[in-house]
Design a protein around this ligand. Structure first.
Ligand SMILES: Nc1cc(CSc2ncc[nH]2)c2nc(N)[nH]c(=O)c2c1
Ligand SMILES: [Zn+2]
Length: 373
């Protein structure tokens, strides 16, 4: 029995949207789903108990960060990441390649792997398919991501072609050493913004028969229309009986479009990052809490939200905390934003099950104010 299985509940008849359940050794969760990001074994400012209370079924963590600090040997000694951070839901770990590009001082990529300097102390480090798999097996995450190169945007065709071919060879190397029966290894589709390379990447990875597939190399600065075009082309070629994960996405409008194209899993640092910048996410767009308009606004952040912040505090109070640089203000906004995304995905899933996804999508996009209010 594979560690990770996908159960289709309802396919939208008019679009790629679908509702399902993903089963893992640390519990099952409904899809489409948004996964809170806990980069350094903590969802910033939020406790595991609060994550459970808001309905989070799976969180993300990072090979790159935990490899550098505290090191995967310590986490293994602690009994794995679930024990170390006292989270008994599912965990997905990213493989480290992406963070090397965005954080480490990149030295060089070879067939063997990536040599770089740690962003923490500048020491020389090496990550490869084998090292990434060893770290993720030490961490004991339920879903392990293959070690890949996220092709930057823009990239010329020859670079994208060579890099994608190497990512496929790296995926094979990951599969050979990822031997834990309690963990599922997901392949990551690359190919840049070239449809023929995307197709080749899909075909080569599907050939290896992974329990799930991620669409990588998107949300890397390309125009949204280009992201949707690549998604449209890529997702329809992926197996219907396996989960599809769109990495690093995203804002509510991108979540709706991703679901429409058949994506089941999403992650983004957005909700906690904008919270730390004093911004609340609502159905009609973002609220910049420092704005004077909230000075005497004694309503909750969002009418009808059942989160701890909205049940107990007003916009005026949260504005005060943010302006006074009180940590509690940022915590309340993180709790609200994460709960908002859980509610958002739940409503979207219900609309698919009740065959009104098209109406949900039109309604949401008509009311969503893309800019910050
Ligand atoms: N946009 C984007 C984002 C991420 C980070 S997902 C993440 N890791 C930790 C938190 N979130 C990616 N990760 C990998 N491995 N490959 C990609 O192509 C890629 C693309
Ligand atoms: Zn709320």
């Amino acid at each position: 029995m594979p560690a990770i299985t996908y159960e289709l509940i309802k396919q939208d008849p008019a679009t790629g949207a679908r509702a399902g359940i993903i089963h893992t050794p640390h519990g099952s969760f409904p899809t489409p789903i948004f996964m809170p990001v806990g980069t350094q074994a903590s969802v910033k400012g939020v406790s595991p108990e609060e994550l459970h209370d808001m309905g989070a079924g799976i969180i993300l963590s990072n090979t790159y960060h935990l490899f550098l600090r505290p090191g995967s040997d310590l986490v293994r000694e602690a009994g794995g990441l679930h024990k170390f951070m006292n989270w008994d839901g599912a965990i997905l770990t990213d493989s480290g390649g992406f963070q090397v590009f965005s954080l480490g001082d990149l030295r060089k990529i070879t067939e063997e792997g990536v040599t770089f300097r740690s962003h923490i102390d500048g020491s020389k480090k090496f990550l490869s398919p084998e090292v990434s798999m060893k770290v993720q097996m030490d961490l004991g995450s339920d879903i392990v991501m293959a070690f890949d190169e996220c092709i930057p945007y823009p990239a010329d065709y020859d670079y994208a072609k060579a890099s994608t071919a190497r990512t496929t060879r790296w995926a094979q190397r990951c599969k050979e050493v990822m031997t834990s029966p309690h963990q599922g290894l997901f392949g990551i589709v690359q190919g840049g913004m070239y449809k023929d390379l995307r197709t080749r990447s899909v075909n080569e990875l599907v050939e290896m028969d992974f329990p799930g597939y991620a669409v990588g190399g998107l949300s890397v600065g390309e125009p949204k229309e280009l992201m949707y075009e690549m998604l449209d082309h890529t997702v329809e070629q992926l197996p219907k009986d396996k989960p599809r994960y769109l990495m690093g996405v995203g804002t509510p409008d991108c979540l709706v479009e991703g679901v429409m194209h058949g994506i089941d899993m999403f992650d983004c640092v957005f909700p906690t990052r904008v919270a730390r910048n004093g911004t609340a996410m609502t159905w009609n767009g973002r609220l910049v809490m420092k704005n004077a308009e909230f000075t005497s606004d004694f309503r909750p952040l969002e009418e009808g939200c059942d989160c701890y912040a909205c049940r107990n505090f007003s916009r005026a109070y949260i504005r005060h905390l943010v302006r006074a640089n009180e940590i509690f203000g940022l915590r309340l906004l993180s709790l609200h934003n994460l709960r908002f995304l859980q509610r958002f995905m739940h409503e979207m899933r219900q609309s698919i099950i009740e065959e009104r996804f098209g109406e949900f999508r039109r309604n949401f996009l008509d009311n969503y104010n893309y800019g910050a209010k």
